[in-house]
Design a protein around this ligand. Structure first.
Ligand code: CP
Length: 291
């Protein structure tokens, strides 16, 4: 199948190439136009950043974006995901972006010849988020090897934590995790939030993903903020040169204090800007057969 599904089988050399292409688009060193192409977006889960930055990326590449209204689609009449996506291929679309609640939904799509871009699947992967995170880190530090990142929050329900940790380890970064015991898994070794701020080059915060929980969290939101949130006092203890990241959406006052969101160390909004350029790079490389 053509497109981008996860990063596990993509060699490091290609990952570096995507980051480099993204930064070339950002600096205005590269410009590509696909006036005759159209792509559709199918989001089975809510999204602001991924959906609308993919659309911005398409518009920047002169691709016509078509947002599919799933409520009005024939999936409501029982049509399968495969048959729905096959229709877009038959109708001459040049690609689709799909976000789905199901892990590996794309395993049902063998037989589709049009490129598919994974906008996030269940708790497995969110490859363009991971790539924009890498673009942001590379833009900041100029390298990956040896950088220490601690991912703090609801690790076990997070496709970002799982996808990011896998590739960051392959890139030679030192990954650790932090959060309430009920949210930890075997993604990486764990540490306390106070150790994390002292030792890390990058603190990456995650939202508590209540919509994926089967039981109530054992902490109130205030307790969570005090025990695991990036409070102003914890942010002040971070190393000089260290940065704060978050895939967003943010829950201000829960995983991050309101006043920390736009502090000097924060790259949270830079991540969103880089999302557009990274998605341009991915679309371009897939359409050109480079990925
Ligand atoms: N980071 C991210 O995937 O955000 P959205 O859910 O808004 O797309």
């Amino acid at each position: 199948m053509k497109g981008l599904f996860n990063l596990r089988e993509i060699p490091i050399v290609k990952i570096n190439e995507i980051v480099s292409e993204a930064l070339s688009f950002k600096k205005g060193e590269k410009s590509v136009s696909y006036l005759d192409k159209k792509m559709a977006t199918l989001f089975f889960e809510n999204s602001t950043r991924t959906h609308y930055s993919f659309i911005a990326a398409m518009l920047n590449l002169n691709i016509t974006p078509v947002q599919v209204n799933l409520e009005g689609s024939s999936m409501k009449k029982g049509e399968s995901l495969y048959d729905t996506i096959k229709m877009f291929e038959c109708a001459g679309y040049d690609g689709v972006v799909v976000r789905h609640t199901k892990d590996n939904y794309y395993s049902e799509l063998t037989g589709i010849n049009m490129p598919i871009f994974n906008g996030g699947d269940g708790i497995s992967d969110h490859p363009t988020q991971t790539l924009l995170d890498l673009t942001t880190i590379y833009e900041e530090f100029g390298y990956f090897k040896g950088l220490k990142i601690c991912i703090i929050g609801d690790i076990s329900h997070s496709r970002v934590a799982h996808g990011d940790a896998e590739i960051m380890k392959r890139l030679g970064m030192k990954v650790s995790i932090c959060g309430p015991q009920e949210f930890l898994d075997d993604t990486a070794p764990s540490m306390s939030p106070d150790e994390a701020v002292k030792e890390s080059d990058i603190i990456m915060l995650l939202r508590v993903q209540f919509e994926r929980h089967e039981k109530n969290m054992g902490l109130s939101l205030t307790e969570y903020h005090q025990k695991f949130g990036l409070t102003k006092s914890r942010a002040l203890k971070m190393n000089e040169g260290a940065i704060i990241m978050h895939p967003a959406p943010l829950n201000r006052g829960v995983e991050i204090a309101n006043e920390v969101v736009e502090c000097k160390k924060s790259r949270i909004f830079a991540q969103m800007t880089n999302g557009v350029f990274t998605r341009m790079a991915v679309i371009y490389m897939v359409l050109e057969g480079m990925l």
